[in-house]
Design a protein around this ligand. Structure first.
Ligand code: SF4
Length: 342
């Protein structure tokens, strides 16, 4: 983990979506997409939010961008609470926090050339001089591997990987302090994924950027992350530095996610644990530990009592009763038949 100053502090973030019902269309319940989560991002750090689809990681990113209106909590960015800003104040701050989406084609205007797209972003954020704009746009495109001669082309004239590079250039052009990468490489072919990941890592070092990297794939975040936050059903279950998480995962859910990463070593005999059953509904999440309906190591306490966080060394904290009950080595605990071992 880096020891830079705190750039973003999220406290007790809640993002619920109302479910309407009845003739009057009243709110009858809520989807608890993000339920009381807290974490800290330091300057120059890459913090990854991971978990299966529906765990709330992308909603967290959208809430921080104020693309959704949070139901509770605070998010202090350089000491300023993002959730209390007026629309005007938020517009002024937009340049500092940028987001890169999964689908670069949907996030680029098909009727604007690359130059027009980046020019618009720079004009809104009052970056640079108008007279130097073509030079500035060429520079930022060069940083992401797109040639100056391509700046007057339209999005459909590029490949998926190139379009994602243009999305990155647009984010970079306004000189952000924090970039939220929301499944930024998930839609790309595996070989292109690696290129775009390398580019993001390169830019992060070069421009001293801070990333929140959102992905469903622990294999993807492995090399880019300093710190990893694992989410399950709207809650955080483990926060760990990269090394500790991959060497000694502390939460059963993290462990099962890790065993599902394909190995490139053909000689390695890896125990795979495939979780059975669907992720429960975030409308009525299970009582106690939300993972207990699928956890192979669940025992009586898990379905009645919500686990609090337990510190495992300086850089790792885990919400699981096993640790508090002294059953630390969960890998050697008896399995229940809720998961399939391969
Ligand atoms: Fe599994 Fe219980 Fe730990 Fe939850 S608290 S992860 S159900 S062992």
């Amino acid at each position: 983990m880096t020891d830079g100053k705190v750039l973003l502090e999220v406290q007790n973030l809640k993002q619920y979506f109302p479910i309407k019902g009845g003739i009057l269309g009243r709110t009858v319940n809520y989807v608890r997409a993000v339920d009381d989560i807290s974490f800290v991002v330091r300057e120059g750090e890459v913090l990854s939010l991971v978990g299966e689809s529906g765990c709330g990681k992308s909603t967290t990113g959208r809430s921080l961008m104020r693309l959704e209106k949070p139901n509770g909590g605070q998010a202090f960015f350089n000491g300023v609470d993002l959730f209390k800003l007026s629309k005007r104040e938020l517009r002024n701050l937009r340049g500092d926090i940028q987001i890169i989406f999964q689908d670069p084609y949907a996030s680029l205007n098909p009727r604007r050339t690359v130059y027009q797209t980046i020019d618009e972003a720079m004009t809104i954020q009052k970056i640079g001089e108008r007279a130097n704009r073509r030079r500035d746009v060429a520079e930022v495109l060069q940083a992401v591997g797109i040639g100056e001669h391509q700046m007057d082309l339209y999005p459909h004239q590029f490949s998926g990987g190139q379009r994602q590079r243009i999305g990155i250039a647009r984010a970079l052009s306004v000189k952000p302090k924090l970039i939220i990468c929301d499944e930024a490489v998930s839609a790309l072919d595996v070989s292109i994924q690696a290129q775009v990941l390398n580019l993001l890592m390169d830019l992060q070092r070069r421009f001293k950027l801070t990333y929140i990297f959102i992905s469903h794939d622990l294999g993807v975040v492995r090399h880019i992350s300093d710190k990893i936050v694992v989410m399950y059903l709207g809650e955080i279950v483990e926060v760990s530095d990269q090394k500790a998480l991959f060497n000694t995962p502390g939460h059963p859910y993290t462990y099962t996610l890790l065993t599902s990463i394909p190995s490139t070593n053909l000689d390695e005999k890896k125990e795979r644990i495939i979780l059975t059953g669907d992720v429960p509904s975030p409308v009525n999440p299970p009582a106690g530990c939300r993972f207990h309906t699928r956890c192979p190591w669940a025992y009586e306490r898990c379905s009645v009592e919500k686990p609090s966080f337990y510190q495992l060394g300086d850089a790792q904290s885990v919400a699981c009763h096993l640790l508090q009950d002294g059953r630390v080595d969960f890998k050697n605990l008896p399995f229940e038949n809720k998961a399939t071992k391969e």
